[in-house]
Design a protein around this ligand. Structure first.
Ligand SMILES: Nc1ncnc2c1ncn2[C@@H]1O[C@H](COP(=O)(O)OP(=O)(O)OP(=O)(O)O)[C@@H](O)[C@H]1O
Ligand SMILES: [Mg+2]
Length: 230
């Protein structure tokens, strides 16, 4: 389980997170929603330790990880699939996956077969350059790279952005498998149908604050119109 308590963060004079508290239970997909620019990516970077809070804390289970740098949080079991995927374009698929191994604590140097079972396309395209894959394949690679570190908590920042529907469904099915194995999944998402189909709990943010929360089944028209419609 991941929890965030009273987290605040500022980019210089711009306060991007204000007193954010969330609980992301193990074995569930917890969705973080909100319009553009409300602080979703900033929150993911604070959880990963790429940015450091000005107040509040991030805890993995009972362990306060707020003071740890990103590489230590990665080793503690937190992995981020960043917005825009951030695949290394000039490295092969296999090399991209190997980079994910660095977060492991067991010293393993080979890519677990299970990643290819979840994303068979990564096996067939092993020698291709990351930059030559389609957007959907790159997204699958970004998730595979995160999983290569054997995380307990998987953070995904808008994984469906600009991706074709059949791959979106495959990604959803993988998330379902992962939470079924006890992983904690945090999904930043603006695509409502995906949240309804694959999410459990949700939080909606506006201007750096949590303005609504509940179960994904409760995401009705009233909540959507008030907080999410443009
Ligand atoms: N490096 C930065 N320096 C200064 N301000 C920033 C920086 N990155 C983001 N911001 C500001 O912080 C706020 C939150 O940005 P953030 O990227 O977290 O939003 P978001 O909810 O992820 O948006 P989107 O849906 O477009 O990805 C915005 O007002 C943005 O302009
Ligand atoms: Mg973002």
């Amino acid at each position: 389980m991941l929890s965030i308590q009273n987290l605040s963060f500022s980019y210089g004079m711009v306060q991007a997170l204000r007193d954010v508290s969330m609980v992301m239970p193990q074995g569930q997909v917890t969705c973080v929603m909100g319009r553009n620019g409300v602080g979703k990516t900033t929150l993911m970077k604070n959880i990963m330790g790429l940015l450091h809070q000005t107040a509040g804390e991030v805890a993995l289970g009972a362990t306060n990880v707020s003071g740890l740098p990103a590489y230590r949080r990665a080793r503690a079991g937190i992995a981020l699939v960043p917005q825009g995927r951030q695949i290394f374009a000039k490295l092969s698929v296999t090399e991209n996956l190997r980079i994910g191994l660095q977060a492991r604590t067991d010293g393993r140097k080979t890519i677990p077969e299970e990643i290819f079972e979840l994303f068979p396309v990564l096996k067939t395209m092993g020698k291709r350059m990351g930059g030559d894959l389609s957007g959907g394949q790159q997204q699958q690679l970004a998730i595979g790279r995160a999983l290569a570190g054997d995380p307990k908590v998987l953070l995904l920042d808008e994984p469906t952005e600009g991706i074709q529907p059949n791959i979106i469904q495959q990604i959803g099915a993988v998330l379902r498998t992962l939470v079924g194995r006890g992983m904690t999944v945090v999904l930043v998402e603006q695509y409502l149908d995906f949240v309804r189909e694959f999410g459990h709990g949700f939080y909606i943010m506006n201007r750096g604050r949590v303005v609504a929360e509940g179960q994904s089944s409760q995401l009705d028209a009233e909540v959507v119109n008030r907080h999410l419609s443009v």
